[in-house]
Write a protein that binds this ligand. Structure first.
Ligand SMILES: *Cc1c(COP(=O)(O)O)cnc(C)c1O
Length: 411
C-alpha cells in the first residue's frame, strides 16, 4: 500500500467494509480513539429508549423479572466470555475495573496465605497499582506491592509472590505480554495471576482458557463500544469460583438475596462476585452494543488491525524522524496490541492540532500521541489520510498555538 489508491482498493475488498455502517460516526471525522471510548453502535439508542420507556416507564419494578433485568450481568458475561476465550459461567459484567480488581485481589490473597508480595510492572495502568496500594494499606498485614520493568517481570516471580497482576497490552506502548507463557511461569512458582484485558478485549483474540488463566478483569467502553462508563467485567476460572469470596460481599452476591437473611452466604459460581444493584440502563446499552460482535471473527479482525498498524507506522516514520517522532513499544506486530503510540515533542499540542483537523487520537503523558486502530469502523484510506494530516501539521508547525500548550483535564 504505497499510494492512497492502493488503500482505496484494499478498502473495496475488505471483509469488514460494511461493519462501519453499524456505527454512528460524524461524516468526515477520522476517529482513532476507539481504544479509549468506542464509537456508538447504531442500535444502542433504540434499545436504551425501549428500556427506558417500555420497561422502566411501563413495566416499572416488574421489569426485574419480566424483562430479566436481574440476570442481565450474567447474560452479558456469557456474551463477553466468547470474546475473551472463556466458557459460559466464568464471566460477569459489573462495576468498574478498579472495583473488580479490589474484589479479585482481596480474594486471591486469601488463597496464598504466608506469601506477602503482589508483583506488577512499571508499564501497568496506574489505577491497577493504586488499587493494590489501597488494599495493602487497608489490610495492614505486611503485604506489599513490588514493581519490575515489563521485560524483567517474569524473572522477578519468586516463591513470595502471592499474585501477579499484569495488563496484557500496555496502555501506552501497546507492548503485549505473552499470557500463556507468563501464566505458566507464575503457576510454576505457586503464584496466581490476574490479567487486565482493558486493551485486549475486542482488539484481538484473547485465550483465557488456553492460557489456564486464574482471574481477569476488563472494561467494555473501549474496543467493545459499550458507552461512557459502561460496566466492566471480571473472569474467574471455574475451579476457583467456589474457593473464593468477594471482600465486597453485597446482597447481589448473596445465595438468596430476597430471603433477606442477616448473614452473608455467597451465591454459587461467578454470581458471588457481584456486589450491589447494577446500572441497568448502562447494561442495556452494553448488551445491544455487543450485537455488533456476533459475526466478528476475532482472528481476522486482529489481522486487519495489524495491517492498519503497519501502514500507519510506515507512513508516520516516512516523515516523523525529522520532527523527533519515534515509535513507542516493540516493532514486531505480533508483540503488540492494536493501538499505536509515538513519542512526540510537544505531543499534547500536536494532538490538539490534529483533533482540530478532524483526526481524533489522544495524548498520554509524558510525551506520547496515541492512536487506536479499530478495524470495524476504520479503513486503510482513513489511516493514510490521518498520517498525511499529521505530516502537514508537523511541516507547517500548526501545533504551535498558545491555547494548545496547556492541558485540559482529560488528555
Ligand atoms: C482503561 C483502563 C482501566 C480503567 O479502569 P476503570 O476502573 O474501569 O476506570 C483500568 N486498567 C487499564 C489497563 C486500563 O487501560
Amino acid at each position: 500500500m504505497t499510494t492512497r489508491q492502493h488503500c482505496v482498493s484494499r478498502d473495496a475488498t475488505d471483509p469488514f467494509r460494511h461493519h462501519r455502517d453499524r456505527f454512528v460516526l460524524p461524516e468526515g471525522l477520522i476517529y482513532l480513539d476507539g481504544n479509549s471510548l468506542g464509537a456508538l453502535p447504531r442500535n444502542v439508542a433504540g434499545r436504551v429508549a425501549t428500556t427506558v420507556a417500555a420497561e422502566w416507564g411501563n413495566a416499572l419494578i416488574t421489569s426485574w423479572n419480566v424483562h430479566d433485568w436481574f440476570d442481565l450481568p450474567g447474560r452479558i458475561g456469557d456474551r463477553l466470555a466468547r470474546l475473551v476465550g472463556a466458557p459460559a459461567g466464568t464471566v460477569i459484567a459489573c462495576d468498574t475495573i478498579s472495583v473488580n480488581l479490589f474484589k479479585l485481589l482481596g480474594a486471591a490473597l486469601k488463597l496464598r496465605p504466608g506469601r506477602t508480595t503482589i508483583l506488577s510492572d512499571t508499564g501497568n495502568f496506574p489505577t491497577d497499582l493504586y488499587m493494590v496500594q489501597g488494599l495493602v494499606d487497608f489490610l495492614g498485614d505486611g503485604h506489599r506491592l513490588r514493581l519490575a520493568e515489563p521485560e524483567d517481570v517474569v524473572a522477578a516471580i519468586d516463591e513470595d509472590v502471592a499474585v501477579l497482576l499484569l495488563t496484557e497490552i500496555d496502555y501506552r506502548t501497546a507492548r503485549r505480554h505473552d499470557m500463556k507463557t507468563v501464566t505458566e511461569k507464575a503457576h510454576a512458582k505457586g503464584a496466581l495471576v490476574i490479567w487486565d484485558l482493558a486493551h485486549s478485549a475486542g482488539a484481538l483474540p484473547v485465550g483465557l482458557t488456553a492460557a489456564n488463566a486464574d482471574f481477569a478483569v476488563g472494561c467494555t467502553y473501549k474496543y467493545l463500544n459499550g458507552g461512557p462508563g459502561a460496566p466492566a467485567f471480571l473472569f474467574v476460572r471455574k475451579d476457583l469460583q467456589e474457593e473464593i469470596r468477594s471482600p465486597l460481599s453485597g446482597w447481589w452476591g448473596h445465595a438468596s438475596p430476597f430471603a433477606f437473611d442477616l448473614d452473608y452466604r455467597p451465591a454459587a459460581g461467578i454470581t458471588r462476585q457481584q456486589c450491589g444493584t447494577q446500572a441497568i440502563l448502562a447494561m442495556a446499552a452494553l448488551d445491544s452494543a455487543l450485537d455488533v460482535w456476533e459475526d466478528v471473527d476475532l482472528a481476522a479482525l486482529h489481522r486487519k488491525a495489524m495491517e492498519l498498524a503497519q501502514l500507519f507506522i510506515e507512513r508516520v516514520e516516512s516523515f516523523g524522524s525529522s520532527h523527533g517522532i519515534r515509535l513507542a513499544g516493540p516493532r514486531q506486530l505480533e508483540h503488540r496490541g492494536s493501538h499505536v503510540s509515538f513519542h512526540c515533542p510537544q505531543g499534547y499540542a500536536v494532538m490538539q492540532a490534529l483533533i482540530a483537523d478532524g483526526v481524533i487520537g489522544d495524548f498520554r503523558a509524558p510525551d506520547m500521541i496515541r492512536f487506536g486502530l479499530t478495524p470495524l469502523y476504520l479503513g486503510y484510506a482513513d489511516i493514510w489520510d490521518a498520517a498525511a494530516r499529521l505530516e502537514r501539521i508537523m511541516a507547517e508547525q500548526r501545533w504551535n498555538r498558545a491555547e494548545w500548550l496547556t492541558r485540559k483535564a482529560v488528555t
